[in-house]
Design a protein around this ligand. Structure first.
Ligand code: GDP
Ligand code: MN
Length: 384
């Protein structure tokens, strides 16, 4: 789970990492109000989960509350790399002397946390790693020993951090590592970590990814799930408890079991189509799960045609057919739906569909013929 910058900064602050004070706003008027509560100039920052907001015009300085109002009205509603800005973060502007980079990630290959530090910050770190690898200090940490003070000092010397910033950077590295462990994070990144003209070291940006499988241990972070899921289908899937991943094609996919869904994606691609999603209704799907899955898929305007590929093992094909009929009755969708039902109670399922399903539902016998059919139908819809 990825947090927004302002949520990341609040998490940093809770772990003792210095950040500028600020407030969120969803309207220009609220942005003005937030700026009134802050002494001096502010920065208006677009809250979207994508990097490079600065270059895209999503970060602007404002000298006073009136300017904060105007900058916020420019930034709110903006599209940054496909993400719409619904929220801005208003924070006290910093006077930057130097920009550094600091992060802790999990290196799965080494089975250890990896701490990285660079005196070249505020820029794309992948670029630094590729063109000037010597500028990026890297240290794997033994998880049983933790990051020791001498490790943090070694990193600052190796990265070439300015002497006046060393104490502050060492302190932040230690806190960043502690926060990484405490929150079950898989990434904590500060880019830029700055030295201010006043000589303080503070986190000016925050990128935080928390391991989804550990969220049950962090109810306070898990609570943020709703606010960070901005895609309507992803939100719906989360509420309904179905496994859903959005892709960029136009053929909706519904299957039961991750393996079957993955091979369905492959077969659709083989037939020349582009899947719109990955939706696994789960092994042993009942009518309700199928209904919930269809709700999610049919609410996506990008889906031109739907492929339902079910293998009945524990799942019964008649249950699946019943779920489809109930959902389609209620939603009244007209897009083409191709169904391949195979396995337990297949005959009963197909019989139900032929009696009660609307005419936009067609049945195919094999996975390949179903994929070819749905790809053809999606193309017809697209060109219509
Ligand atoms: P990103 O572009 O999405 O990574 O957003 P950042 O929060 O990292 O900001 C990008 C850049 O904007 C930073 O590297 C700074 O150069 C600049 N910036 C952000 N906040 C401030 C600020 O308070 N004062 C000044 N002078 N520059 C800022
Ligand atoms: Mn940044």
């Amino acid at each position: 789970m990825d947090l927004f910058e302002y949520q990341g900064k609040q998490l940093f602050a809770a772990h003792g990492i210095p950040v500028p004070s600020g407030e969120v706003a969803e309207t220009p008027a609220a942005a003005k109000g937030a700026a009134e509560g802050i002494d001096g100039p502010v920065v208006v920052k677009a809250q979207v989960q994508v990097g490079g907001r600065g270059k895209a015009g999503g970060i602007k300085l404002a000298a006073n509350p009136e300017e904060a109002h105007d900058r916020a009205s420019e930034i709110l509603g903006m599209d940054i790399k496909g993400h719409t800005v619904n929220t801005v973060w208003i924070e006290s502007a910093s006077e930057i002397e130097k920009e550094y980079y600091a992060s802790v990630t999990l290196d799965r290959g080494e089975k250890k946390p990896l701490v990285m530090l660079s005196a070249v910050g505020g820029v794309d770190i992948e670029e630094v790693a590729a063109s000037q690898p010597e500028k990026l200090a890297r240290l794997h940490v033994d998880p049983l020993v933790g990051l020791q003070p001498h490790d943090a000092r070694w990193l600052t010397f190796t990265a070439g951090i300015d002497p006046e910033a060393m104490k502050g950077v060492v302190a932040i590295l230690e806190k960043l590592y502690a926060a990484f462990v405490a929150t079950d994070a898989s990434l904590l990144e500060i880019n830029p970590l700055i030295l201010t003209k006043g000589g303080d070291v503070i986190a000016l940006d925050a990128k935080v990814t928390i391991d989804n499988n550990a969220l049950y241990r962090h109810p306070d972070i898990a609570e943020l799930q709703h606010s960070v899921t901005t895609d309507p289908q992803e939100r719906m899937a989360h509420e309904k408890g179905v496994t859903y991943v959005k892709l960029d094609g136009d053929v909706g996919i519904l299957g039961n079991g991750a393996g079957l869904v993955m091979s369905t994606l492959d077969v659709v691609a083989l037939a020349g189509g582009r899947p719109a999603n990955f939706l696994d209704a789960g092994g042993g799907s009942k009518a309700e799960e199928v209904e919930a899955a269809l709700d999610v898929l049919l609410s996506d305007p990008k889906v031109n045609a739907l492929l339902v590929n079910i293998f009945g093992g524990i799942t019964r094909c008649d249950e699946v057919a019943q779920g489809m009929i109930t959902a389609l009755d209620r939603i009244g969708a007209t897009l083409p739906i191709v169904v391949r039902l195979d396995g337990t109670n297949q005959a009963e399922g197909l019989e139900l569909l032929s009696q009660k399903a609307p005419s936009n539902v067609v049945v195919e016998q094999t996975m390949l013929s179903a994929a070819e059919r749905v790809v053809g139908l999606a193309k017809e819809v697209q060109s219509a």
